[in-house]
Ligand binder design. Structure first.
Ligand code: ATR
Length: 288
């Protein structure tokens, strides 16, 4: 590192599971760019001073990712939002320009959809069940609602029901959430009838985390998608697989949101060979 090295990074807590540094440092190396991607594990109380420093002319930081639990909490610190981000109300990417102006983007939603497409999954006419009501949920739900391939129904359940209701109400101010139904009980998610179950909660990240869904409801005619990618197989995915369901962790979503984030920072598209190296780095590091 020199005084000319540009800094990028991720803010969130905890961050020891994050594979973003590996993916982005691989891209910087492949491009021969003098830049480094770091982790910034911040407590919530540290956010204001972090953003104050970020605005200073001498700051070396030109781009950030944002993860659990700050995807919504960073909004007040930003100067501008992309149109999709305004609709989603959650940010996972921040671009900082020469004048230290901060613009928020959401690449989680497009990243999720791109991965579904890569897997050959269409949402048209599907019954979708969503777990969670955090920042990732917002992105996934907004993307599902905005797709022209309309699902038959989208049900959402969160441990804190009020948060799910609030989330859908807020989203509903900006996009058509007519297909979305918030349910009060996990039982009412009708997982046994769902074609696609998406876990957008952070449950599964920590060792010993439970499976939120009764395994007897999981079945062979569904895709179970867990946004958690580390560990590579959460208890939910393990049980779903045992029931014959198709399963996916969030590694593909991580990759696509990362490519889109990088392109926002760079201002140009990434070449296929650089993207391939980023993906390879992720696939190889999935050790847990
Ligand atoms: P982010 O914004 O990055 O997605 P978040 O806002 O902290 O992160 O959201 C985490 C999600 O995981 C929430 O839906 C949370 O449920 P609550 O709204 O009830 O807090 C969910 N979650 C976390 N731990 C959970 C647990 N032990 N059981 C059930 N849900 C949990």
């Amino acid at each position: 590192m020199t005084e000319h090295t540009s800094t990028y990074g991720i803010i969130g807590y905890p961050l020891q599971h994050s594979l973003s540094p590996l993916m982005h440092n691989t891209a910087f190396k492949a491009l021969g760019v003098d830049a480094v991607y770091k982790t910034f594990p911040l407590q919530e109380a540290e956010l204001p001073s972090f953003f104050t420093h970020l605005k200073e002319k001498k700051s070396p930081v030109f781009g950030l990712n944002v993860t659990v639990p700050y995807k919504e909490k960073v909004l007040p610190f930003l100067d501008a939002l992309s149109p999709f981000t305004i609709r989603v109300g959650a940010v996972n990417t921040i671009v900082i320009d020469e004048d230290r102006k901060l613009t928020g983007f959401n690449t989680d939603g497009p990243g999720f959809l791109t991965h579904l497409m890569e897997m050959g999954i269409s949402t048209a006419g599907k019954r979708i069940a969503v777990l969670g009501a955090g920042g990732t949920t917002r992105a996934v739900l907004a993307a599902l609602c905005l797709l022209p391939e309309k699902p038959a129904a989208i049900k959402i359940y969160n441990r804190t029901t009020a948060k799910a209701r609030e989330l859908v109400a807020r989203l509903g101010e900006k996009i058509d959430t007519g297909l979305v139904e918030v349910v009060d009980q996990m039982d009412d998610l009708n997982v046994e009838l769902a074609d696609l179950l998406v876990n957008t909660t952070s449950v599964g990240l920590k060792e010993g985390d439970p499976c939120l869904v009764d395994e007897n409801l999981l079945h062979a005619n569904m895709l179970v998608y867990d946004v958690v990618y580390n560990p590579k197989e959460t208890e939910l995915l393990r049980r779903a697989k045992a029931k014959g369901a198709r399963t996916s962790n969030g590694l593909g979503m991580l990759f696509y949101q990362g490519v889109l984030a990088f392109q926002h920072w760079a201002g140009v598209p990434l070449e296929a060979d650089v993207k391939a190296k980023m993906r390879q780095s992720l696939e190889q590091e999935r050790v847990i």
